[in-house]
Ligand binder design. Structure first.
Ligand SMILES: C[S@@+](CC[C@H](N)C(=O)[O-])C[C@H]1O[C@@H](n2cnc3c(N)ncnc32)[C@H](O)[C@@H]1O
Length: 300
């Protein structure tokens, strides 16, 4: 539990000040839960040490109930609460996702396979499907299919006349995806392209398909993000959407000490798309993360 004293001006409270305030214990003021697991390492250690006789993840200062959010409340965030989702809150969020039975079965089968952590989360898939519906999309592209969870979510909401071009280089995962497209009765809507996604996209451009797609979802090789984006910008119509997955890259993009090639590529992409006047953008996953963060780009 974090207790803020109303006597402290919130204007100049940096998160570190708030965390320190938490260590003072109960004073008068607004009551805010905070999970010690997200505190800065030094303070987090102190909190955890003080509460070593409590359940892990439980509220540090009063009720023993698991804290559900981390909170910083200052002008840096427009005095909004900055929320960090705990496993319990995320479980709750997932109980509020309407996941079709066929997607649940695919998710459970994929969970036994290598790389299952790559699959988009049910809440993400639901958002993708809703974007496709809002757009009234007929023609979609997915870059990075794996066993088909996100592509199936999209295909399920496409109209009968709709088409999803699904690009994947791994034939083994594609077999799983195709089995589920069949089971869901959407195979006729999915045009599976086995090969390197950039090659597939280039050949679609050469075939004269520019500006004819409504929606694209990118979830493949992270070092290729800028290239996928440039190719898709040619294929997607004005007003269409390009959704880029993993733009927070498990938080590594915000840590300047992390310099591996995938992190650098996504960080550079994020910087570049911020300046890109060809699209309007929305990075989803600021205060309440969705999946690993997604950037939605609307072609202008
Ligand atoms: C993160 S997974 C996709 C997960 C999928 N969207 C889902 O929800 O299940 C990334 C996939 O992209 C594929 N991939 C990586 N690089 C690729 C490339 N250059 N061309 C085509 N597919 C690629 C990988 O084989 C992998 O299956």
């Amino acid at each position: 539990l974090l207790i803020l004293s109303p006597h402290l001006s919130r204007r100049n409270l940096l998160p570190s000040t708030i965390y320190s305030t938490a260590l003072l214990g109960r004073t008068s003021g607004r009551l805010l839960h905070i999970s010690s697991s997200i505190l800065p390492a030094r303070i987090g250690r102190q909190v955890r040490a003080r509460n070593s006789n409590r359940l892990p993840g439980s509220c540090s200062f009063c009720c023993g109930v698991e804290a559900s959010v981390a909170v910083a409340s200052d002008d840096n965030y427009g005095n909004k609460q900055v929320i960090s989702v705990t496993p319990r809150l995320y479980d709750y969020l997932l109980t509020n996702v309407r996941e079709p039975e066929i997607l649940r079965e695919l998710r459970e089968e994929t969970a036994t396979m290598r790389g299952s952590q790559m699959q988009v989360s049910p809440d993400q898939a639901q958002l993708l499907a809703m974007l496709v519906q809002i757009l009234g999309a007929e023609k979609c592209i997915e870059v990075g299919v794996y066993t088909g969870y996100s592509s199936l979510a999209i295909a399920l909401v496409l109209p009968e006349s709709g088409r999803l071009v699904a690009c994947e280089r791994d034939a083994v995962c594609l077999e799983v995806a195709k089995r589920y497209y069949d089971r869901a009765g959407v195979s006729h809507k999915v045009d599976v392209k086995h090969g390197l996604a950039a090659d597939v996209l280039r050949s679609m451009i050469q075939l004269g398909e520019t500006c004819s797609y409504d929606f694209a979802f990118v979830d493949a090789e992270k070092r290729m993000y800028q290239e996928y984006f440039e190719l898709l910008l040619q294929l997607v119509r004005v007003g269409g959407l390009i959704v880029m997955d993993n733009v927070l890259w498990h938080g590594k993009v915000a840590n300047p000490l992390v310099m591996d090639s995938k992190t650098l590529s996504i960080r550079n992409f994020n910087r570049s798309v911020m300046e890109d006047k060809r699209v309007s953008i929305s990075m989803v996953g600021g205060r309440v993360p969705i999946g690993d963060g997604m950037t939605i780009c609307r072609k202008l």
